[in-house]
Design a protein around this ligand. Sequence first.
Ligand code: XIL
Length: 386
Amino acid sequence: MIRTVAACVAAAALVASTWGVGELLSRGTPGESVVRDAQLQAKAPGKDKAPGKNRDLEHASLRDLGRRAGVLIGTAVDISALDADATYREHLASEFSSVTAENAMKWSELEPERGRYEWEAAEKLVRTAEKNGQRVRGHTLVWHNQLPRWLTDGVESGAIGPRKLRKILRNHILTVVGHFRGRIYEWDVVNEVIDDNGQLRESIWLKNLGPGYIADAFRWAHQADPHAKLFLNDYNVEGPNAKADAYYELAQQLLRAGVPVHGMGIQGHLGVQYGFWSAIQVAENLRRFEALGLQTSVTEADVRMIMPPDTAKLQAQAQGYSTLMQGCLLATRCRSFTVWGFTDRYSWVPGTFEGQGAATILDEDFQPKPAYDALKADLALAARRR
Ligand code: XIL
């Protein structure tokens, strides 16, 4: 990896509660307990007349608690749900202070035909966010997935050679970042550029442009919007493994070469069947990036499970979310925590991971799961420390 990263920079220079079993069982089917308790308590006589800390906590939104703890709470947004579902829109507005386009800012969506940009869906998201007083994370400029056919076919047929491809990439970054200039606080400039062995990913970009494309992408994005914070972003880098080490090295080399990289994003796509890093390990991992001068963010948290869900899996899921949130809160420059969708009704997981699902913090009927309360508790505790 050292060689690969060095080459990159060189090229860039050129270019428990104690519940008994009985009680648990009597609480009904998995996930219902929290909901039902909340509903029952909400209906309890005199409840509204007795404001106090507990009541505040129960009714506080993630975004409120996040504000008190000093972290933006974000979600990926599905534009069709935004268009079609009023309940979705309500939760989006009340619970979150930051949004990321789940797909609408990806290359295939923004530039389906060469030179013809379709801004509508992405604009709709940004306008909605502005109306809701939410910030916008940009996702993503350079990725190996969800590229338009004209580009991948063009490279494959040889119609687009390396020089042309570099021009196309430059143009895309300048156009997209320029279009949203001033309205996006963080951009995922390069997404998933290192593979699970800690090597630069053999993508269309690396194969055709060489490793210098990474530094180039950051420079072009910075030129187009000098105020946006520019991020590296990837999955499976939550804790201190070989892949995270490779990112650490990449970040170090880029910074030494004066490349405008400002942040490290950890996606956080977890699964209960794999177990989790501890919050301390996540925090230490983030803190080493912060020691380089970078900000950090959790950018795409979700915790999937093998279907169907049960009480134990939902509680394990809550712990998974919590380790990411606590890791972020225990770090010093982790400014945003984004979930990759907030309701199982619209999650990408069942369509991507066969037999898995239930990965978000609200169920298909928008009812809170244990993970939702776990995040709130973490935020409230962090707010108390401030
Ligand atoms: C996913 C979306 O959620 C899906 O709707 C789409 O079909 C594929 O991409 N890492 C990323 C995200 O950086 O862009 C991916 O989003 C999930 C994994």
